[in-house]
Design a binder for this molecule. Structure first.
Ligand SMILES: Nc1ncnc2c1ncn2[C@@H]1O[C@H](COP(=O)(O)OP(=O)(O)OP(=O)(O)O)[C@@H](O)[C@H]1O
Length: 224
């Protein structure tokens, strides 16, 4: 479903990804681990089509993302992907429910229907009671649940999450992750989660380890 074919990326003279080949199947659940600076975020951003690699290709359902314009990649991401960042990245001027409605409304779903879907999902994530609060008025854990809801509300093919529980305490982190994994599984959505945390990785099925911008295949085999 999502594939990196020999991708390389540098920031000026700094190589971030050297030659990555990776295949993610529909519905798979993958942890992306590795030391700080090993290229995890860069790889996730390339898979999401937010960054375009300097070399190689990223294929989504047989379509080469690297051949698309910014606008085409954004449209594809809106329709087929959900993205979660460490600090949620919600729009602070909007309430939680308005944030979760956004992808649906951008996809042309009517306001009332978008609101109903968003409210249902916020309910499943245990934050229906703060749905009408702005992001600044809720806890980090509540905001991050809304960020997860926003990534899943349009039932994408894949959710790409960069340290989605990195700003939360252990109890909240576990709860948010459990909810994200359970909902993605129910919806058949693939998950790719960048994490430093072995506990987070233990909730997922596959492990990909990066080291100096390359796949560390020995680490993968050691686990598998
Ligand atoms: N915007 C940027 N400009 C210049 N160099 C960058 C930029 N973003 C990342 N890098 C460099 O690219 C390399 C890979 O960074 P990346 O953030 O992808 O790693 P990471 O494994 O996600 O790190 P961390 O776990 O610390 O978030 C590092 O050497 C980093 O310093």
């Amino acid at each position: 479903m999502l594939e990196a074919l020999g991708i390389g990326l540098s920031y000026g003279a700094t190589p971030a990804l050297r030659r990555i080949d990776l295949t993610l199947a529909a519905g798979s659940r993958t942890a992306l681990m590795g030391p700080s600076g090993s290229g995890k975020s860069s790889l996730l951003h390339c898979l999401a089509g937010i960054l375009v690699p300097d070399r190689g290709r990223v294929m989504f359902d047989g379509q080469d993302l690297t051949g698309l314009s910014d606008r085409e990649r954004s449209a594809l991401r809106l329709r087929h992907m959900g993205v979660v960042f460490q600090f949620g990245d919600l729009v602070p001027e909007l309430t939680l429910i308005e944030n979760v409605m956004l992808p649906l409304q951008l996809l042309g779903v009517k306001r009332a229907a978008a609101r109903a879907s968003a409210r249902d999902l916020l309910g499943e994530l245990g934050v229906a009671d703060v749905a009408d609060s702005r992001t600044g008025a809720v806890s980090g854990g509540q905001a991050q649940r809304a960020a997860v809801a926003r990534a899943l509300v349009h039932e994408p093919r894949v959710v790409l999450a960069d340290e989605p529980t990195g700003s939360l305490d252990t109890v909240n982190a576990e709860a948010v992750l459990d909810a994200m994994v359970a909902l993605s599984t129910r919806m058949g959505v693939a998950l790719v989660v960048v994490t430093h945390d072995n506990l987070v990785a233990s909730h997922l099925d596959d492990l990909v380890v990066l080291r100096d911008g390359m796949l560390d295949l020995s680490a993968r085999e050691a686990v598998g």
